[in-house]
Design a protein around this ligand. Structure first.
Ligand SMILES: C[S@@+](CC[C@H](N)C(=O)[O-])C[C@H]1O[C@@H](n2cnc3c(N)ncnc32)[C@H](O)[C@@H]1O
Length: 385
């Protein structure tokens, strides 16, 4: 791989501008925000570095080629002529996904099968053998986009989604996706030096992502990537990027701002503590079992970030939820001088905070259309409701 390459990084809807900022900071060129992702260009070293460093992206895809194809035979030929052996050894594994729109093919499974056949046929013709399919952890994840008969082939550098950082083993009932948590933190414009709290921290995602952000820890340091098994990876460049990230984390973690959280569920606190330890942050984040109504953060926060329950996933909407939001409002009213950002999936519940919003960022949390709402906490911030 060399020269100017085209990449695409998908993200959660609403975080495109944040992801673009991250990419520009990494040196990506020609960044263009699309709905749910950012296109960009860069050299061959940028893709692996993007996997290592991007906090708000879900994956990083390298665009191989585009062509107009009108039938199955043309699609097969287009796939067949790509140099797949650049990436994959015949003893390796692959998986194919496809997305179709207004095209001669209407079933994505079938389209993926055709792409797989094209790749396999090329290997068989050249070596007499064929790579296997592994849908769980393939060496080469391939993606076909066929829109209005324009076929584009991508290879996915990350493999497993980038939100899988490696610190969360057991699942909390309703955890926030790590890439969304990190993207939201970036959207707050936090200075990474002042104290931060999450008074309903669940499994601690905001707090861990905040520590890694403040500590200059690359979110991909604790996991592996598909590209590490590719034939044409520049291993020396990748080793340099990885060593540099390790050195930056060692320096950055030396000093962290005050980071603390609470949750009323003992199970959530236990999960959060386990994840904190797994993330290499034991003793760096304080997590307490407390109800938000009475919790006093051990360090006065300049920034509160919180993802309260909003019913779509934890239990049902009702009195308990409304009480939790009212109690969160009471907690926030006590943090005079702080800024709070609250992720809400339900405007009816948001009103129970009794605070006046200064900004609302539309963002999706999975399928839920949410708002990430900013409040400046001061005597004048209390709304009439
Ligand atoms: C949507 S989850 C937060 C998930 C979290 N962001 C994560 O990444 O795991 C909401 C959390 O609020 C907690 N919670 C609800 N009401 C509370 C209250 N009154 N006081 C403290 N915690 C509360 C729940 O126990 C739950 O863990």
């Amino acid at each position: 791989m060399s020269g100017d390459l085209s990449y695409y990084a998908p993200c959660t809807l609403g975080l495109e501008a944040v992801l673009r900022g991250e990419l520009e900071a990494l040196g990506a060129r020609d960044c263009r925000e699309l709905r749910g992702g950012v296109r960009f260009t860069g050299d061959a070293e940028l893709g692996p570095r993007a996997c290592l460093w991007l906090r708000s992206a879900i994956r990083v895809q390298l665009e191989l080629a585009s062509r107009r194809v009108r039938d199955e035979r043309e699609l097969h030929g287009f796939v067949y002529e790509q140099a797949w052996e650049r990436f994959l050894d015949v003893g390796g594994t692959l998986a194919v996904d496809a997305s179709l729109k207004s095209s001669f093919l209407t079933h994505s499974r079938f389209a993926a099968q055709l792409v797989k056949d094209g790749i396999v046929d090329r290997f068989r013709d050249r070596t007499g053998r064929r790579p296997d399919v592994d849908t769980q952890n393939p060496d080469l994840p391939v993606f076909l986009r066929l829109h209005r008969d324009e076929a584009t082939l991508y290879v996915d550098l990350a493999g497993r989604s980038l939100h899988k950082r490696g610190y969360r083993q057991a699942q909390h009932k309703s955890p926030l996706n790590e890439a969304i948590a990190a993207g939201l933190l970036l959207a707050t414009g936090w200075d990474r030096r002042s104290a931060l709290c999450d008074p309903m921290c669940g499994s601690g995602t905001f707090l861990i992502e905040a520590a890694w952000l403040a500590g200059d820890v690359a979110p991909g340091l604790g996991r592996s990537f598909a590209f590490e098994r590719w034939q044409d990876l520049d291993r020396a460049a990748w080793a340099r990027a990885f060593d540099d990230a390790e050195a930056r984390a060692a320096r950055g973690l030396g000093e962290l701002p005050g980071l603390c959280g609470a949750d009323r569920q003992p199970g959530a606190v236990a999960l959060a503590e386990r994840a904190v330890a797994q993330a290499g942050l034991r003793g760096r984040i304080r997590i307490e079992r407390a109800d938000v109504a009475s919790w006093r953060p051990p360090v006065p926060p300049a920034l509160c970030v919180v993802n309260p329950p909003y019913g779509a996933r934890i239990g049902e909407r009702g009195g308990d939820l409304e009480t939790s939001w009212r109690d969160l409002g009471t907690f926030l009213h006590r943090q005079v001088g702080a800024v709070a950002w609250v992720l809400s999936g339900d405007p009816e519940l948001t009103r129970h905070l009794r605070l006046r919003a200064s900004r609302r960022l539309p963002v999706y949390n999975g399928p839920i259309d949410c708002r990430f709402v900013r409040y400046e906490i001061g005597p004048a911030s209390v709304s009439e409701e």
